[in-house]
Ligand binder design. Structure first.
Ligand code: ADP
Length: 469
């Protein structure tokens, strides 16, 4: 067992606390009872002594026998001290142990003063002594000693102490057991979490913790499970991305090599064929450039190196220039490219170049994933926001895939990716750039009907005041 274990530390702290509390409360209870019993007993003895002295002073002949009877009944011993300072014993009574007689007390008693003190014999038995002068008329002729044994009290106190020690030990062992159970309950899930995170550190992100509680430990367990799940997804998409990337890179490079070799070896029959091969080389190099640009942008984003050049800009101009760039692509697929731009649209703050790239990515996707129909770019300026949307009548995106399409490297289906090309990076770049320009992006799609991407740029107060065109 390592000394650092939480259970051990907690247990040690609780046990120390328990010992301090038990010992101090035990001592307090013991003191309380001892004082209480002692005071009770001393008061009683004082009372009896006063009573006996009064009886003795009455000069009644029967007083001695009454006192003796009372003494027996009250469980005290009575001794008479005569005017010479000697203890009188009755005929037939054996001489008692008179170790409690002190000459200074005798003097005090015979001069009319009471004495009272506590003492103990050689065996440690405590007793309480009260001496009272007996005054006949105005003179003190003798005195009376009442000796009360404290054995019964001491026995009761001893029983009480035993009981206290026993219940203290019981409470201590109960607490010890509880601490052991608690520390096990507390440290077991933590140990499991530690083992799990160790596994995660070694790259095993498939295991999950069984979380049973809803407390802080349970919440930590859930967080670790979430972390493992997102790391797992990150690894899976990364793997898919690398295999896609190598495939995507290899395909154009193979084409480039193959057609360039055919051309350099002069294996072409006609100029038409030569032109066709050169066109393929051109298209593949464009594809390659696109891929490299995406990767470059992405790596810059990962490092947080992209700085935006924010300025007041008119989205209408951006739309027109970008649409111009994809016009040929749309025409080659016989898609109609439509614009629906509202006249008065507030300027927004953004980076022209990045905004163009956002729109280009959306338009290229719309054209790539649409076989027939149209692609529509719509711009509306409302009081609170400027809204730009790109809609197509393409294949659509399955509902369950929608939450993931903005993730880096994510592609809806592998087969789709092979068929249409693309890197799985376009939309993640779109989302990142839009958010960096204080906008939001959302998607609505229906399989076989089409997809609409909507960018919303809300106007702040200042923007609304300064930016109206
Ligand atoms: P890619 O480069 O593969 O297009 P994106 O990040 O741009 O990567 O898009 C992610 C995935 O979303 C794509 O693989 C594609 O399946 C899907 N997608 C994006 N735009 C559309 C669209 N307009 N219509 C249908 N599917 C789309």
């Amino acid at each position: 067992m390592s000394i650092n274990r939480i259970g051990l530390k907690l247990g040690a702290a609780v046990i120390v606390l328990m010992i301090v509390i038990l010992v101090s409360s035990g001592l307090a209870v013991d003191r309380l009872f001892t004082n209480f019993y002692d005071a009770q007993m001393k008061d009683n003895t004082q009372e009896i002594a006063a009573h006996f002295a009064t009886m003795a002073e009455s000069n009644d002949t029967s007083s001695q026998s009454m006192i003796r009877a009372f003494a027996k009944f009250s469980d005290v011993k009575v001794f008479w001290l005569n005017d010479e300072g000697r203890i009188l014993t009755l005929p037939g009574e054996k001489q008692p142990n008179l170790s409690f007689i002190r000459s200074r007390d005798t003097r005090r008693l015979l001069s009319g003063h009471s004495v009272a003190f506590q003492n103990h014999d050689v065996h440690g038995n405590r007793f309480y002594v009260v001496g009272k002068p007996i005054q006949i008329g105005k003179t003190t002729g003798s005195a009376i000693y009442i000796v009360s044994s404290m054995k019964k009290i001491d026995d009761s106190l001893q029983r009480l102490r035993n009981l206290l020690v026993l219940s203290g030990l019981g409470a201590f062992f109960l607490a010890l057991g509880m601490i052991l159970i608690m520390s096990k309950l507390l440290s077991r899930p933590l140990l499991r979490m530690q083992q799990m995170t160790d596994k995660m550190a070694k790259g095993n992100w498939d295991t999950r913790l069984q979380v049973g509680s809803r407390d802080e430990i349970g919440m930590l367990g859930h967080s670790i499970n979430d972390l493992a799940a997102s790391l797992q997804r990150y690894r899976d998409t990364r793997r898919a991305f690398f295999s896609n990337i190598s495939h995507e890179l290899r395909t154009p490079v193979t084409y480039l090599q193959g057609y360039a070799k055919v051309l350099t070896d002069g294996l072409v029959d006609s100029d038409k064929e030569k032109k066709q091969y050169l066109s393929i080389i051109y298209q593949e190099s464009v594809r390659l450039e696109h891929l490299i640009n995406d990767l470059f942008d992405l790596s810059k984003m990962e490092e947080g190196q992209i700085k935006l050049n924010m300025e007041w800009m008119d989205l209408k101009i951006t739309i027109k220039t970008t649409v111009q760039k994809v016009k040929l692509k749309a025409e080659s697929k016989r898609l109609s490219l439509q614009l629906d731009l509202q006249d008065q649209v507030p300027l927004i703050r953004g980076d022209r170049k990045r905004m163009e790239q956002v729109l280009l990515n959306l338009l290229e996707n719309a054209i790539r994933y649409t076989e027939k129909g149209s692609v529509l770019v719509r711009l509306t300026g409302k009081k609170e926001a400027t809204v730009l949307s790109v809609s197509d009548t393409g294949i659509g995106i399955p509902k369950e895939e929608l939450p993931y399409i903005f993730e880096r490297f994510y592609r809806v289906e592998k087969s789709r990716a092979r068929e249409y090309g693309g890197t799985g990076l376009g939309l993640s770049i779109v989302k990142k750039y839009v958010e960096m320009q204080d906008g939001t992006v959302r998607v609505d799609s229906q399989m076989g009907v089409g997809t609409t991407f909507t960018l919303i740029f809300t106007h702040e107060k200042k923007q609304r005041r300064d930016g109206m065109k």
